[in-house]
Design a protein around this ligand. Structure first.
Ligand code: DUC
Ligand code: ZN
Ligand code: ZN
Length: 471
């Protein structure tokens, strides 16, 4: 079965041009002017833009934490992704079993109900000789990225010496280390003091995780990467100083890259001080308007390469069911921390919001060109994570992951439109112009306006190539 998408404006990371796209089977087979194909189903895209499906490089699904679990699993989260124009997500494997292999195998069982294509990063949260010897085998499992943490003392954190060793293993195996940059020692001290002083409210989540910890930890890790001659990718950048450090390191030729997330572009500690401030609790925390502005400069100016979401949703009130696909669902969430900010599950919904929110606030406001928008949300993540040009591209031979984007569509956005399985949306009531109209996954239309045509299990695991480029 062939589909011919006619007269749309193709938007890639490099250019925009009017053309027709022919999809045969799961692939784009031709792009050109006035294509005529007998028997093809024709989709008229006049007045619409044609984007490569979004690639979200930072998503958490079905992740147990804080005695509960994040409220989207691999089906509900990928369905929400699709409604927002994202057709590939990269999740994280928790290193919860004795070996990397067992941890990956267990993750595969949970992930196989995904409705869009998916891959995973490995959380490297323990390190010894035996684990080091197993790292090269991850390549055979299609996993070429290792996330390390300088925070979460006694749980997820690796000491600097082990991060340095991990960087060298990654270098020797064409893999990429990703860094969660915060200062675990400072957080431990400030949190203990805050609790003794009787501070319970969400704003203390941010006050005990200061921006300087992110800044010094980022620079420390860049120095380790330079010494190891290895690439490094800084996840969820949230502080102006991180952008400064990334720029400083890149200007000196270091192989370092960065990602931010929409929440760090819009929200501040003031949101944590609202009566419903727990909705904004995530780690690292949202910071100040000056941080928002510097991060915007970073994404617009090229210092930052990608925008992911760090999607890790919880209910605001997990005692009150919502209807999801006609059935009541309630999952314990932010209310767990009503009396203690350290018990608020730290994560936010966002996988479906990313493209609609960034289109209006970035492209609509003139901060980003449509091409830069595609680079940040699709092409660059596909390149950095070894999926390009199968993903992130509109060229013959690419997977036909295509978003027909209506740049004129106006909506009042919020929980009713977002499809994430939770009871709130950070962008409630925002007026947006520009939304996905149809979304294709490998040639199949899975979202058509408000209609869901996708299915659990239709997503494919994407093994990723080692040796991906540093952008
Ligand atoms: N880091 C993440 O990337 N996501 C959730 C929490 C965290 O610490
Ligand atoms: Zn993190
Ligand atoms: Zn994350």
């Amino acid at each position: 079965m062939a589909t011919l998408i006619k007269d749309g404006m193709l938007v890639t990371a490099e250019e925009s041009f009017s053309a027709d796209i022919l999809v045969e089977g799961e692939k784009i087979s031709q792009i050109g002017q006035n294509l005529q194909v007998a028997g093809a189903e024709v989709v008229d895209a006049t007045g619409k833009m044609i984007l490569p499906g979004g690639v979200d490089p930072h998503v958490h699904l079905d992740l147990p934490m804080f005695g509960t679990v994040c409220s989207d699993d691999h089906y509900t989260g990928t369905k929400a992704a699709a409604f927002g124009g994202t057709t590939t997500i990269i999740d994280f494997v928790s290193f919860d079993f004795p070996t990397l292999r067992e941890s990956v195998d267990k993750w595969h069982v949970k992930a196989e109900k995904a409705a869009v294509d998916y891959s995973a990063h490995m959380n490297l949260t323990r390190f010894d000789e035996k684990i080091a010897a197993e790292i090269p085998s991850l390549r055979g499992m299609g996993i070429t990225t290792l996330k390390v943490f300088t925070a979460y003392n006694g749980r997820l954190r690796l000491e600097d010496g082990n991060i340095f060793k991990a960087l060298r293993f990654a270098r020797d195996n064409g893999m990429l280390v990703m860094l969660h940059a915060e200062n675990g020692d400072v957080i431990e001290t400030l949190t203990a003091e805050a609790l003794v002083a009787g501070h319970t409210t969400p704003e203390w989540h941010a006050r005990t995780r200061p921006a300087w910890g992110a800044v010094e930890s980022a620079l420390r890790a860049f120095a380790l990467a330079a010494t190891a001659d290895a690439p490094l990718y800084l996840v969820h950048m949230n502080a102006a100083g991180e952008v400064d450090m990334l720029q400083y390191a890149r200007e000196r030729g270091l192989k370092v890259m960065g990602e931010t997330c929409p929440q760090y572009l819009f929200f501040t500690e003031d949101d944590l001080r609202r009566p419903d401030g727990a909705k904004w609790v995530c780690s690292p925390p949202v910071r100040t308007k000056a941080d928002n502005s510097r991060l915007w400069e970073g994404v617009a100016g090229g210092t930052i390469q990608t925008i992911g979401t760090d999607h890790c949703p919880f209910f605001y009130n997990g005692t009150k069911p919502i209807l999801y696909e006609g059935k009541p669902v309630a999952i314990p969430g932010k209310e767990l921390g009503a009396d203690d900010f350290t018990k608020i599950p730290n994560g936010l919904p966002g996988v479906g919001d990313r493209l609609p929110i960034l289109w209006t606030t970035g492209v609509g406001s003139g901060k980003l060109s449509a091409n830069r928008f595609v680079a940040l949300t699709s092409t660059n993540p596909a390149k950095i994570f070894g999926l390009y040009p199968r993903k992130g591209a509109l060229v013959p031979g690419s997977d036909a992951d295509i978003v027909i984007w209506d740049p004129e569509k106006k909506v009042k956005y919020g929980v009713a439109l977002s499809h994430q399985r939770t009871d709130y949306n950070l962008y409630e009531g925002w007026e947006l112009t520009g939304m996905p109209e149809k979304v294709f996954l490998r040639g199949q239309c899975i979202v058509d306006g408000g209609r869901w045509l996708g299915k659990a299990g239709k997503g494919q695991f994407l093994p990723r190539r080692p040796g991906a480029p540093v952008l």
